[in-house]
Ligand binder design. Structure first.
Ligand SMILES: Nc1nc2c(c(=O)[nH]1)N=C([C@H](O)[C@H](O)COP(=O)(O)OP(=O)(O)OP(=O)(O)O)CN2
Ligand SMILES: [Zn+2]
Length: 142
């Protein structure tokens, strides 16, 4: 059985070195879909559920949404993106580092791994960067 819960968050970023408009600072309203798989609880307060939607929401909110919403997402290994992040942090503004370029692909995998590390039985993460473009990362075979 699978359940999916959807979230949104707003972030800014740029893709330094991109050969198009995305080299410029810009923002997205990201739409995040998190899929969790498992068998149903057979009894107790969670009977008939793979996971309580409320519990799923709490983990994703704490681990992803609260950290990335209204933050500048940047590549920790890119000098120019770090310079912007340092400036913002000096003004006590919110930033969020990734280990690679902040593409939808890198972010969907990063979010998957964050949630997996917190013990969530996540099987798929789909991250919409625009209403027309998404990246998906899944691990169905463990
Ligand atoms: N494979 C990827 N390609 C691009 C990514 C990405 O994460 N993965 N990201 C960007 C930029 O961040 C850009 O913001 C999105 O570009 P684009 O789709 O061209 O933007 P639009 O606003 O024109 O999108 P529409 O959905 O067509 O409105 C670039 N490429
Ligand atoms: Zn973008």
């Amino acid at each position: 059985m699978k359940v999916v819960k959807t979230f949104t968050f707003d972030s800014s970023h740029l893709l330094d070195g991109h050969d198009g408009k995305c080299k410029n600072l810009h923002g997205h309203t990201y739409k995040l879909e998190v899929e969790v798989s498992g068998s149903l609880h057979m009894d107790g307060p969670k009977e008939g559920m793979v996971i309580d939607f409320s519990d799923l929401k709490a983990v994703v909110k704490e681990q992803v949404v609260d950290k990335m919403d209204h933050a500048f997402l940047y590549n920790r290994l890119n000098e120019r993106e770090c310079a912007i992040a340092n400036l913002l942090e000096g003004w006590n503004l919110k930033t969020y580092p990734l280990e690679q370029r902040t593409t939808a692909e890198v972010m969907s995998r990063h979010i998957f791994q964050l949630l997996q590390e917190k013990g969530l039985p996540v099987t798929r993460v789909r991250l919409w960067e625009t209403p027309n473009s998404y990246s998906e990362y899944d691990e169905y075979d463990g």
